[in-house]
Design a protein around this ligand. Structure first.
Ligand code: ADP
Length: 394
């Protein structure tokens, strides 16, 4: 059975076509710059990679183009071959604690939650509508970034603010990257040879966006992102946790609106803000090699924040079987993993420096003597989306 996993952003659409239940990738690709001139359509199929520059005005056109290519390349005989479509949806609020089959009611609910994710949910909905029109007979499923974290206790998800902010406006911690945290913690349990019910895992999803999650017995008990993805550790362009009083202070000093200061915290902080150089980890590590002091500060600040969260989650979980690294930086930036683990020596954690040179492959990167295992686990959100689509189809 063929299932397509879709991640629609405001100007992009990523897709992966999988053969289920074998979970093999048939083809994958991305349409970038939707709505702008010279959109870029990239599709990978076997060892072929085709890049086409064409004007794609809307997500609907992107989906039509994509499906046309699948037929032209002979990847599918007819569009009826695609039986399921799984959509990544960023925010499910408190309503969605699991993935769901898409109905009109679900679409309305995703729309209602858009207030909490104004940049993401409307884009995700555009992808849903485009596929529903193009593949009217396929089974459509929504998979939420927030759903995995709905198991958190109020003591973890409530902020210490007037209670009625929660009841009136839904102000609480939601957390994100749930699909990745779920996948990685499950793989970690397999790598440990244990049932996930019997494991305590800390997942560090460190990409351009980054969050940590404490997973006890397969359930998220706390996570570092919050009401929005701005909270937690320092990221590519986001500040992570700061004293909220800074916002009013800077607004006054620089004669800016709150929303302008928020843009600075979202787009001009983190790696980019501290280094004044780049939001990309590769650029920073190159600069670190040259001895660039601000870049050194940027990577060390992030590593400290990651280690601080790991310490807090170690206490919350009452111990820990494994710390996992995943996503662009977690899977590839050997140096970041080292900086983080070097701060955790007091917990008896030891990195195997040779194994830590591994990139992008499931590996135990701690020594045999290490009290807590450190794992490198490449994430695979698409496979979770495809699995959930098949599960709900049944
Ligand atoms: P997102 O999905 O949040 O956009 P990714 O998970 O793709 O982000 O991660 C992007 C980050 O991963 C970038 O900072 C990039 O520099 C980093 N990255 C990717 N490959 C490497 C590498 N080989 N070494 C160091 N960093 C890497």
């Amino acid at each position: 059975m063929k299932v397509i996993a879709v991640n629609a952003g405001s100007s992009s659409l990523k897709f992966q076509l999988l053969e289920m239940p074998k979970e093999t990738i048939i083809c994958s690709g991305v349409v970038e710059r939707i709505g702008l001139k010279d959109s870029i359509f990239t599709i990978k199929y076997g060892d072929q990679r085709q890049v086409e520059i064409i004007d794609i005005d809307t997500h609907k056109v992107a989906v039509e183009k994509l499906l046309e290519k699948l037929v032209d390349f002979g990847i599918v005989k007819s569009l009826e071959d695609i039986e399921g479509v799984g959509h990544r949806v960023v925010h499910g609020g408190e309503k969605f604690k699991d993935s769901v089959a898409i109905t009109d009611e679900v679409i309305n609910a995703i729309d209602e939650v858009s207030e909490l994710a104004p940049l993401h949910n409307p884009a995700n909905l555009t992808g849903i509508h485009a596929f529903m029109e193009a593949l009217p007979n396929a089974f459509e499923v929504a998979v939420f970034d927030t759903a995995f974290h709905q198991t958190m206790d109020p003591v973890s998800f409530m902020y210490s603010v007037p209670y009625d902010w929660y009841t009136k406006y839904g102000v609480r911690k939601y957390g994100f990257h749930g699909t990745s945290h779920k996948y990685v913690s499950e793989r970690a349990s397999v790598m440990l040879g244990k049932d996930s019910k019997d494991t305590k895992i800390i997942v560090c999803h460190i990409g351009n966006g980054a969050s940590l999650c404490a997973v006890n017995g397969g359930r998220s008990v706390d996570t570092s992102m919050g009401f929005t993805p701005l909270a937690g550790i320092s990221m590519g362009t986001r500040s992570g946790d700061i004293d909220p009083a800074i916002i009013e202070f800077i607004a006054n000093k620089e004669d800016k609106s709150i929303s302008e200061v928020m843009t600075e915290l979202n787009k001009r902080s983190g790696y980019l803000g501290l280094s004044e150089l780049s939001s990309d980890s590769r650029d920073l590590w190159e600069a670190v090699e040259r001895g660039d002091a601000k870049s050194i500060l940027a990577v060390e600040k992030q590593a400290k924040m990651i280690a601080d969260y790991i310490g807090a989650y170690y206490l919350l979980l009452g111990g820990c079987d494994a710390i996992c690294f995943t996503a662009g930086i977690g899977e590839n930036a050997v140096e970041t993993r080292k900086l983080v683990i070097d701060r955790l020596g007091v917990l008896g954690i030891e990195l195997d420096h040779d194994k830590n040179l591994t990139r992008g492959k499931e590996t135990v990167i701690s020594t045999d003597e290490s009290k807590i295992k450190v794992l490198l686990v490449p994430t695979n959100e698409e496979v979770v989306i495809a699995r959930d689509t098949v599960r709900l189809m049944k």
